[in-house]
Design a protein around this ligand. Structure first.
Ligand code: SF4
Length: 507
């Protein structure tokens, strides 16, 4: 049965089309491919990263999906990325238009990116709800980090949610999908059946670790080869989904890491090591030594303040890194305990001392504020902590301050988020306390953090309201709608407590 004739996806043809094509070709021309990837298989999949090209190119998932989905010769997976100005959405790989693809696979890792998925569907005339899509609409697949803790929300949008790491079973299912023999619904059922398939991997090993498929100067990390060295996290900080939902910790063997780096040194010596906490890798000192001996410019996705070795810090200093970053999260031990961070003052000061010893005079520190149980004294301790950094000898201190967003799947999942008004009051106090020479305070947007909270906790009713407002309004109105809904979500949580059920308490 063939039901794929025609298309009800919108196409635009105007002066901007030529500009859009030129922009896509310009980006493609600047890419240096690192893997041999053919996108010519008959099962055509549009892999869409719901953010701009520079962000997409800095996402290891985007690289990994592009590579792995094209391994079966029957799949032709091509890359797309979100555009704030809409347009036709041309593929980076063949400049085919996205409406020519029957399967659109979104890799979604951040709550606000899910809104970009909805904006893109809306702009292309695809109904936001799977129940409203007809035979001529594309099949919408959603995977990525959000699938690990927001599956019910993603199911409001996707025809099928692929939960967790990309499994070989799913890749094989996709490659064997004969679209011409299926209705839209039966194609989705066929894909879904992979979950019962014996081929489904259990994620016990990290044989399929991710690395860059191409280099580009237009990435957030220009011309840097990114490679995953560990997956999962053994720490279980109360605010972070990684420790609770990303499966058990697995590390890429040192020999594999070396082989991957050796395969790209002719193109770049800039290497980005990616892990939840890079210095938790058991061979991190050997990796650092290898970097020092081979004159590599390494960077890391994140460092844990405990167990920070001098050798790793020397390897970072050798490269182009002007500063290093650690995340105490709380200025006071009380807040660090509430967040279950597992760090104390001596861990953090030891890390700062190692940084100075190898020659860093700039440091970036991450803190969370708006934690239930936090008081003004805890905020003052952030400022005291920053003053101590200056005494240790740091001349430039970048302080990143982020409101706590209670996430599903973490011990905070039933906590309500502090109101925007209260967060603004705390922000004002912190701004005054941190108004010191050499200190730069960067606050995560309270507005966007509140929208994140609303998206992460969206139910069917909120989604229906969101879908309705999206069809007639822009981003500003959509954000305001979600900010209003955040109060409803928190209000329900208060009610839940009043009705005799216990609210979560940390530690
Ligand atoms: S914040 Fe870092 S250490 Fe804590 S669970 Fe998340 S990734 Fe692990």
């Amino acid at each position: 049965m063939k039901n794929w004739e025609g298309s009800s996806v919108k196409r635009v043809s105007d002066n901007n089309t030529w500009k859009e094509l030129q922009m896509i070709s310009g980006l493609r021309d600047q890419e240096q491919p690192l893997r041999d990837i053919s996108c010519r298989g008959p099962v055509r999949v549009a892999l869409v990263y719901p953010n701009l090209y520079d962000v997409a190119s800095a996402s290891l998932s985007y690289h990994d999906l592009f590579y792995r989905m094209n391994i079966p010769s029957d799949t032709g997976c091509e890359r797309f990325f979100y555009s704030e100005t809409g347009g036709n959405y041309f593929s980076l790989d063949s400049t085919s238009v996205v409406s020519d693809f029957r399967i659109w696979a979104f890799s979604v890792h951040f709550e606000l990116d899910l809104l970009n998925v909805l904006f893109m569907l809306r702009d292309l005339g695809v109904p936001l709800s799977p129940h409203e899509r007809s035979e001529h609409h594309p099949i919408i697949l959603i995977g990525g980090a959000l699938s690990l803790f927001m599956r019910p929300v993603l199911e409001l949008v996707a025809d099928y949610v692929h939960e967790g790491e990309l499994s070989q079973g799913f890749v094989d299912r996709l490659a064997s999908l004969k679209l011409e023999k299926h209705t839209r619904d039966s194609a989705v059922d066929y894909l879904r059946a992979y979950e019962d398939d014996k081929l489904r991997t259990s994620g016990k090993t990290l044989a399929d670790y991710a690395e860059s498929a191409y280099l580009t100067p237009k990435s957030v990390f220009p011309n840097r080869f990114l490679m995953e060295i560990s997956r999962g996290c053994r720490h279980r900080c109360a605010f972070c989904v990684v420790g609770h939902r990303f499966g058990r910790v697995r590390h890429v063997p040192f020999e594999s890491i070396k082989r991957s780096i050796e395969s790209v040194v002719d193109f770049t010596n800039k290497i980005g090591l990616v892990a939840a906490e890079v210095n938790d890798h058991p061979d991190i000192d050997s990796i650092a030594q290898y970097s020092l001996e081979n004159d590599l410019d390494i960077s890391v996705s994140s460092l844990r303040a405990s167990s920070l070795s001098e050798r790793l810090m020397r390897a970072l200093k050798q490269g182009s890194q002007k500063q290093f970053t650690i995340a105490p999260e709380g200025g006071s031990q009380k807040v660090r305990n509430l967040l279950r961070k597992g760090l104390n003052d001596s861990d953090i000061y030891a890390a700062l001392e190692v940084g100075r010893k190898v020659g860093f005079n700039r440091v970036k520190l991450y803190f969370i504020f708006g934690v239930p149980g936090e008081d003004e004294g805890d905020l003052e301790e952030i400022a005291s902590f920053v003053s101590a950094c200056r005494r240790i000898g740091y001349s430039s201190i970048n302080v990143s301050l982020n409101p706590l967003v209670p996430k599903p799947g973490t011990p905070f999942e039933f906590s309500k988020m502090i109101t925007a008004g209260e967060l603004r009051r705390k922000k004002k106090l912190l701004s005054t306390l941190l108004n010191v020479t050499g200190v730069k305070a960067d606050f995560e947007s309270i507005r966007e953090s509140t929208v994140q909270y609303a998206v992460a906790n969206m139910n069917e009713e909120i989604f229906e309201g969101l879908a309705s407002i999206m069809t007639r309004s822009g981003k500003r109105e959509v954000f305001q709608f979600l900010i209003n809904q955040s109060l409803t979500i928190s209000g329900k949580r208060k009610e839940w407590v009043r009705n005799g059920k216990e609210e979560h308490t940390c530690c």
